[in-house]
Structures are given as C-alpha cells and as structure tokens.
Write a protein that binds this ligand. Structure first.
Ligand SMILES: NC(=O)c1ccc[n+]([C@@H]2O[C@H](COP(=O)([O-])OP(=O)(O)OC[C@H]3O[C@@H](n4cnc5c(N)ncnc54)[C@H](O)[C@@H]3O)[C@@H](O)[C@H]2O)c1
Length: 350
C-alpha cells in the first residue's frame, strides 16, 4: 500500500539508517526526510539513497510552525517518524534551553502540525515518537528498565526527552492522535558523529589522541547496533499497537572501561600496532555532573509481541563499525572540522 512518511532528523545518525531502510525496503512509500541540518545533520550520510525515486529532502526546522504547515500541506503525509532532536548529554549541560526548544517545543509543533493537517480523521495515520531509555533515570547494580518504569530523568537532555514523551502521550489521550513511543538504549554504528563515545574513541585511537574516560570508568550502558534499532522502528511502525510504548535494547551491558579496552584491542589489530599500545591513551577525566550510573533495558515485550531481536552480537557490530570508520576516513575528516573542533576544545580543554 502506498504511503507518505515524514521522517524527522533523517540526516542524523539514527535517522539516516531509518531513512535508508524505509527508502530501500518500501519502494511503494514516499519518504520525506525533514531535517534542519544542524551540526549533527549530514546529508552525506544518505548519498547512496538520495537519488532514489521515492526519496525527498526538506530542509525544515521543527521550530518553524509555518514551514511545518506548508510541508504537511505539500506532502499530505500519512505518518510521522520523529527522530529530530538535540541528542548529546554534554551539550545539554552547556546549553539546556536549546534542548527545551528543539526537543520539547519542536515536538509539540510537530504534534500540532499533524493534528491540524489530519483534522480529526486519524484512520491510517500514525505519529511515531523515537525516544531514549535515559528518561527512566539510573539503575543500581541490578534490575532493568521496563515500559512501566517511572520516569526519573537527571540530565537536561533526558528531562527534555521525558517532557516530549509526556506531550506525545497527552496528545494521544486528549485528542486521540494515534501515537506510539519507543525508548531505546545507546546506539553505535556507522555515520555516528564523533562526539559520542564510540566514534570519538575510534577517531582518537586512529590519531593517537587521549581517550577521556569519565570518573572511574565503571558507568554501564546497554549498547545496540544502529541498524538493529532501525529494524525495530520498522517492526514497531508496521505492527505496533497505537497508544503503546516499546523498549528497545541490545541485552548487552558494558562498563565504559571494558568497552574502551575492547575497542583498543580491535583497533590495535587492524592498525598493525602492538597489543596494548592504544590502551596507553586512556586518560581518566573529571566526572560528568548528574552522571547516571547504569542503564539497562528489558526489551522482552518487543520480542514477545512483535518478534524483534538484535541481529548481530556486540562483538560483530563493533568490528563492523570500526571497519566502516577505517574505510571512510574522508567522512570522518569532513565531520571533524568546524563546530566539532570548537566544541571539543570547550568540552575537554585540549
Ligand atoms: N544516539 C542514541 O544512542 C539514541 C538512543 C536512543 C534514542 N535516541 C533518540 O533518537 C533520535 C535520533 O538520535 P541521533 O543520535 O540520531 O541524533 P543526531 O544528533 O545524530 O541527529 C539529530 C538530527 O536532528 C536534526 N535536528 C536537530 N534539531 C532540529 C530541528 N530543530 N529541526 C529539524 N531537525 C533538527 C539534526 O540536524 C540531525 O540530523 C533522537 O530523538 C534521540 O533522542 C538516540
């Protein structure tokens, strides 16, 4: 069945994988990539699908309500998959208001645009909001986040995402807008902007720069390969129940220090360096304020109800990711110029 889907944030890390999957797997759909192209948006992420007949790009900011109304009038979308966001916790600590504007106000603008354009006729319509496990706060040594875990965000980023989730649910309850939310754990994979841990460290290992590890290095995250997140979004979009929530995770917990050591050894092998050489780059730095100790997702509902599970192990996904960065050094050089370097200096003082 033909459909028009607006995917917001499609030029970003996860969005570009979602756009690629939908453009390639559903030639009968028209995919409109809506993105403001902030520092995190890079159309080069989509160079392999940009000439596909069912792909469109619109440089639109979700803070611009007139532009959103015009886009809905032009494309008459059946569905929205909303990924556009300010997404980096450290940046949210430096400028929280940017996160309030994009993540909260931008999401409400998009909800209003969909509600107005669909004008009460919601049959066949869907507003799918992509969110994070960080809304649930931090775990102790045991336990997992489920879909019913109480929200307890600690950073301006997670507070802004929690707020956007609440607005999406409120539009579902108040206006009966057909909404779905998914909350996913940390992603890694190709096209990841090198300010986040895994691509930052790949880049620093290549360039023999220090590997800044926060605090004692024992912060624990559940890592999921980005293509498996895109597969989960596909399954939830097509088979998920409206007004429901799905947690997405990799069943794959790593402390930061164990992860960094694994990366060092995989990269030493590939770069022809002696074993242990890159580990010497590890430098412990002052902890991030409000740092959540452990996140871990229970993704059993998604597995049980919709049959999704991760397709690669962490070792396979990490090796694929490192190989991608090593064979795409031009992409890496291009994104590590300009704003990224200023930001890096501000954050790490080097
Ligand atoms: N990265 C993760 O590990 C992770 C995990 C779970 C959930 N998420 C969520 O998934 C979504 C995508 O994350 P990501 O890591 O790909 O982010 P990203 O920072 O790589 O990409 C965000 C995209 O949104 C665009 N954007 C930002 N502000 C905009 C605005 N005002 N108007 C239009 N476009 C705008 C940017 O240009 C960029 O292309 C976010 O909502 C994030 O909260 C991310």
């Amino acid at each position: 069945m033909s459909k028009t889907i607006v995917i917001t944030g499609g030029a970003g890390f996860i969005g570009s994988h979602v756009v690629r999957l939908f453009v390639s797997n559903y030639p009968e759909y028209t995919i409109v990539n809506l993105d403001a192209l902030t520092y995190a948006g890079n159309l080069a992420n989509l160079s392999d699908v940009e000439s596909a007949a069912n792909y469109r790009f619109s440089k639109t900011n979700i803070l611009d309500t007139d532009a959103l109304a015009a886009l809905f009038a032009e494309y008459k979308p059946d569905a929205v998959i909303h990924l556009a966001a300010e997404s980096h916790v450290d940046r949210s600590i430096l400028s929280p208001l940017d996160f309030v504007f994009t993540n909260v106000v931008g999401t409400v603008n998009l909800l209003n645009a969909a509600k107005t354009a669909w004008a009460g006729d919601f049959s066949g319509k869907l507003f799918y909001h992509v969110s994070t496990d960080e809304v649930y706060g931090a775990l102790g040594d045991t336990g997992l986040f489920t879909e019913t875990t109480k929200y307890d965000p600690h950073s301006p980023y997670s507070a802004s995402k929690a707020s956007s989730d609440h607005f999406v649910r409120a539009y579902g309850d108040t206006y009966e807008l057909p909404v779905i939310i998914s909350n996913c754990s940390n992603n890694y994979g190709p096209y990841h902007f090198p300010e986040k841990l895994i691509p930052l460290f790949i880049n620093n290992i290549i360039n023999k720069k220090p590997l800044p590890v926060y605090g004692d290095g024992l912060y624990t995250r559940d890592w999921l390969f980005v293509k498996d997140h895109a597969r989960a979004i596909d399954v939830i979009f097509h088979k998920g129940k409206t007004h429901d929530t799905y947690n997405i995770g990799g069943f794959n917990e790593w402390t930061n220090i164990a992860l960094v050591k694994l990366m060092c050894s995989l990269m030493d092998e590939r770069l022809g360096r002696k074993a242990g050489e890159s580990e010497e780059l590890i430098t412990y730095v002052k902890d991030r304020p409000g740092h959540d100790r452990r996140y871990a997702i229970d993704a059993n509902k998604l597995n049980r109800e919709l049959g999704w599970s991760p397709s690669v192990t962490f070792e396979e996904g990490l090796a694929q990711t490192i190989d991608w960065y090593l064979s795409n050094e031009d992409w890496l050089k291009q994104v590590t110029s300009g704003d990224y370097l200023n930001y890096y200096k501000e954050q790490y003082g080097k």
